[in-house]
Design a protein around this ligand. Sequence first.
Ligand code: DAH
Length: 446
Amino acid sequence: MLIRRITCGRALPLSIPMATSPLFSHPKPPSPSSSLPPRVLSSSRSFPFSSLASASPSKPSSKRANPPIAALVEVGGVKIAKDDVVRESDPTNNVPDNIFSKIGLQLHRRDNHPIAILKNAIYDYFDTSYSSKFVKFDDLCPIVSVQQNFDEVLVPADHVSRSYNDTYYVNADTVLRCHTSAHQAELLRDGHSYFLVTGDVYRRDSIDSTHYPVFHQMEGVRVFSPDEWEGSGADATSYAAMDLKKCLEGLARHLFGAVEMRWVDTYFPFTNPSFELEIYFQERWMEVLGCGVTEQEILSRNGRKDCVAWAFGLGLERLAMVLFDIPDIRLFWSTDQRFTSQFSEGKLGVKFKPFSKFPPCYKDISFWITDSFTENNLCEVVRGIAGDLAEEVKLIDNFTNKKGMTSHCYRIAFRSMERSLTDDEINQLQWNVREAVQNKLHVTLR
Ligand code: DAH
């Protein structure tokens, strides 16, 4: 669980364990069996979620849980029809309606939104430190090929992130990008040597205050030509690693002030060596980003054979939650004026004032699991019914009986950020969740 999360993830202000660890990072390079994250166990039993979706899903009774969805969205001038992205009857597709509805919303391009305020603060740092040399992309289409998302950044064929349990597939060759690294290779091929890519990224995931299936990342890449390091006395890799660390320490100071920092060695498929930067903030060590010296193979495959480069990736929600004191990742999607009116362009770090606190309501659900059961699939069903009213889904009991049957009990917390939920509404939601869990996941309710 820990390992498959993102650098680029999202976080609870004070304790961020899940959101801190990168999707692609491992303490060591993966050998087929030993170093794959624990999550692989469940992922290896995963199935294309929508292959089971032919069982008729029950419709949620609460219209407010799932607002109507547009049939057409536009990103970077490209029109995307819902039918092109959501195809319930296609076993190679696992994109649900509620995910499609997020494409094109582009929170990172709304100047008064905390995600965009943070993006712009990072832009300012790069503009000032590099005389505006970094070219900025924030409108690249999030629908990319498997090749872009995985192959071109050397993600191994058996990596957990490629599974249908973890990634949204439009079809066998096309995904909703799960990281902004998906654009590295094409931009290198296009000849860019300094670039920043900001965008929405998509991952099937658990449900809690720091995890949401859509969030935002920024990727940065800088390429050096031989004349830049020759004569420095350092070899190309050390030169790039030194420059990278200096640049990112400066960025962390720009965002967080004079904080203590440390570098942690890690693993990413696309960089070598690879690092994570941590800062000591609000009395704990917090991971800020993942980075490293770009694998030579990526450079040589993309016409930059003699060069060396560094790259980094960071999760905007994670950092924004800490900088703005935003306690729940769902709030970023709120259109409630009491949220949106608190932020304005250029004002990084204004502290969010909770406008009201509504009580959560807890409902338990127990069932005998099947071999193909995964928690991500359960969460997908719960989100499909309850939308953003689902605050957390947590395993609270797990046992195997003498016959070898395994039972799971999950506690679902329902809570709206904006209003009180009625008992009737919650009971209906829970009823619909039970029905859908049974129909779609083929588990036996207890
Ligand atoms: N793509 C990584 C993730 O989503 C983040 C990342 C790490 C990007 C290191 C980079 C990098 O460019 O060098 O977890």
